[in-house]
Design a protein around this ligand. Structure first.
Ligand code: SAM
Ligand code: SF4
Length: 324
């Protein structure tokens, strides 16, 4: 089996794969619906099976299915099965808005999904609707319960921190770790192309941590292997609270991932403008070309991303295409 090591000695073992840029939500902080996203070409299940059989041979061990909304793909259960069949891929995880999860959790588990991350920014139905533009809070809540029931563990809840929007939710969401065996991760808001939201609503993780410390006894906790979050545990809870800090403290030195879009662009970093296209190599089932292109994408991986510049309106091009 091969391995993928970049110019800075980082071993690449993880691919974030955006299976579709389409989405049924329209979250204020994410990229908006565009015709480009809604009509983008997407790899078929067979293409994905081929792509990841080669990626597995090159040393990829973990795949995250993301989007857009990955559960909009009618073949999502087959995609998970195909990844499950690929040699060397040991961990298949999903990041979802949770809307369709209560219907699919059991089938995904049977197909080989290891665990799930669910995005949930508030526990208030009206605020949920304001952020996502969809009346879906109850379905997402059911999706969380079904994921726990189907042992897609540990279930992780991702909450984007937004000043003036969900500060009141920070403590109640952290408190979910007392009710369920879940891991809650608060994510710092990042600026997205054409979206002025960041300047108004960014808040740092340290403010959120302070709010939680005022209410609960918390101690630092261990994260999993290759984790980019720093973790804490609330006394007597069965879960953990983590913070992902792309803005205030980047974690580039530990980065072990590349990103692939549904139309076969490999981005070496979320913030890269440069990408390598594997669309033709996958469609032609050209193993040599595909291997060479995957290696090239690793070779152009930057050492780190520059400081976040909210005035750079292209800072993150297309969150739905890139998968977050
Ligand atoms: N639709 C799925 C979901 O929402 O979980 C998967 C795709 S979404 C782009 C992946 C993750 O990116 C979500 O957890 C979302 O909250 C996060 N995200 C989107 N825009 C963001 C931003 N501007 N800053 C920080 N995180 C963001
Ligand atoms: Fe869709 Fe996820 Fe973006 Fe929200 S964050 S609009 S659910 S892709």
């Amino acid at each position: 089996m091969g391995s993928l090591v970049d110019r800075f000695g980082r071993k690449i073992t993880y691919i974030r794969f955006s299976v579709t840029p389409r989405c049924n939500f329209n979250c204020d902080y994410c990229s908006s619906h565009t015709a480009e996203n809604d009509n983008a070409e997407e790899f078929t299940t067979d293409d994905i099976a081929f792509l990841f059989s080669i990626a597995g041979e090159l040393g990829i061990e973990k795949v995250r299915l993301t989007g857009g909304e990955p559960l909009l793909r009618k073949d999502i259960v087959n995609i998970v099965s195909a990844l499950h069949d690929a040699d060397n891929i040991r961990e298949i995880v999903l990041t979802t808005n949770g809307y369709y999860l209560s219907f699919l959790a059991g089938k995904l588990k049977k197909a080989g999904l290891t665990r799930v991350n669910i995005s949930l920014d508030t526990l208030r139905e009206d605020v949920f609707k304001r952020i996502t533009h969809v009346d879906g809070f109850r379905l997402v809540e059911k999706g969380i319960e079904k994921s726990v029931e189907n042992k897609l563990l540990p279930v992780k809840i991702n909450t984007v921190l937004m000043r003036g929007i969900n500060e009141e939710d920070i403590v109640p969401i952290a408190k979910l770790t007392l009710k369920y065996p879940v891991i809650v991760r608060f994510i710092e808001l990042m600026p997205v192309k054409g979206n002025n939201f960041w300047k108004k609503h960014y808040m740092s993780f340290s403010e959120a941590l302070l709010m939680i410390k005022k209410v609960f006894d918390v101690v630092p906790a261990q994260g999993g292997k290759g984790e980019v979050a720093s973790y804490y545990k609330i006394a007597n809870s069965s879960g953990k609270v983590g913070f992902i800090t792309p803005v205030s403290q980047h974690f580039c030195a530990q980065c072990n991932r590349i990103r692939i879009t549904a139309s076969g662009k490999i981005f070496p970093c979320l913030f890269s403008k440069e990408y390598v296209s594997v669309w033709d190599a996958v469609k032609k089932r050209d193993r040599n070309a595909l291997e060479m292109l995957i290696r090239k994408s690793v070779d152009i991986k930057p050492k780190e991303h520059g400081p976040i510049d909210a005035d750079d309106q292209d800072f993150i091009n297309n969150m739905r295409e890139l998968g977050g």
